[in-house]
Design a protein around this ligand. Structure first.
Ligand code: PSU
Ligand code: MN
Length: 309
């Protein structure tokens, strides 16, 4: 049986194509974190290290982006470098996908767009840093990330370190409940807040092993319940920035953002960049540590899921 679907505009690297054909575990990775989530050169170095780590954990990495209008599943070293350095690479959400393909442009894929492309390629597990959510003030601004609606529709499990407190975590969890998305904290009872292990919010569900997560995913999809799941994996204790330290910095970045009138798709990249500056690089080190941790957990889940097939 051919497992790597043939889809218009979609191109696999040989490594990923071969893995899908063999039924080997594959872990998708997004590219907005490279182009808009971290500064150069740490973005490219981290992207490469995360890929190696997934291979060491017995899975195959598939970094996803749109290049010259083609949906790329798996990237070469040169393509990673291009994403990390070129100003011609836009952050693309689901709404931007048709124009990026039709005009043969480049695009770095957000969590939502990466999930959709992963799903087209038959990949079911995806590791990232943090997902989007309901922004603070979202009840008035309607700034709710398309990542949430995508989690409702597209059957891919996303491993993240929870959501940052640049977002309204309570509203984000409410929205995910409405959308029917299982939110599973990994090895903890509290929903993690990206830089911090604690958010003050109880997680809706808890799982303590990759095998349990895989069984929950299997059951969901066997039942014909469409959509993904959010696996919230806390940052390792040695790399965390406690909420009491990061929260004032986040508030400062948010207030600068409103003074400067920055909104929409520029909001998340602005906030991430400003927090790196305000913490003197500490938030970047934390971000790198949590992405790697998520890649390890995603690899374990992907392996267990393949074993259940
Ligand atoms: N959160 C992070 N790092 C990131 C992002 C979110 O900690 O790089 C990126 C992801 O690609 C996510 C996107 O899908 O930001 C969400 O953007 P928006 O809020 O505009 O939907
Ligand atoms: Mn938004």
């Amino acid at each position: 049986m051919t497992r790597a679907p043939v889809v218009p505009y979609l191109e696999y690297t040989e490594e990923v194509h071969d893995a899908l054909e063999r039924g080997a575990p594959v872990v998708a990775l997004e590219s907005t974190i490279i182009s808009h989530g971290m500064p150069y050169p740490q973005n490219v170095t981290t992207a490469r290290e995360v890929e190696s780590l997934i291979r060491e954990a017995g899975a195959v990495p598939a970094t996803i982006a749109v290049l010259h209008g083609m949906l790329k599943v798996g990237l070469t070293t040169d393509e990673l470098e291009l994403l990390g350095t070129s100003s011609e690479v836009n952050k693309i959400s689901i709404r931007d996908l048709p124009v990026t393909v039709a005009m043969k442009r480049h695009g770095a894929t957000t969590v939502a767009t990466t999930m959709r492309i992963a799903s087209l390629a038959g990949i079911r597990v995806f590791a990232t840093g943090g997902t989007g959510g309901v922004h603070r003030g979202g009840a008035e601004s309607f700034d709710i990330s398309a990542d949430l609606t995508e989690l409702a529709h597209t059957s891919v499990a996303v491993v993240s370190a929870g959501v940052k407190s640049i977002l309204d975590i309570g509203l984000t969890l409410e929205k995910l409940e409405t959308l029917g998305v299982p939110v599973i904290a990994f090895g903890t009872s509290e929903f993690p807040a990206f830089f911090s292990r604690n958010s003050g919010f109880q997680a809706p569900l808890r799982a303590d092993s990759a095998g349990d997560v895989a069984r929950i995913l299997r059951a969901k999809w066997d039942l014909g319940l469409q959509g993904g799941a959010l696996i919230a994996n806390p940052i390792p204790a040695e790399s965390e920035i406690p909420a009491s330290e990061i929260d004032p910095i986040i508030r400062e970045a948010l207030s600068e953002m409103s003074t400067r009138g920055i909104s929409g798709k520029d909001a998340t990249p602005f906030l991430l960049g400003r927090i790196v500056e305000l913490t003197g690089g500490r938030s970047l080190r934390a971000n790198i540590a949590l992405v790697k941790n998520n890649a390890r957990v995603a690899s374990a889940i992907a392996r267990r899921l393949e074993a259940l097939d």
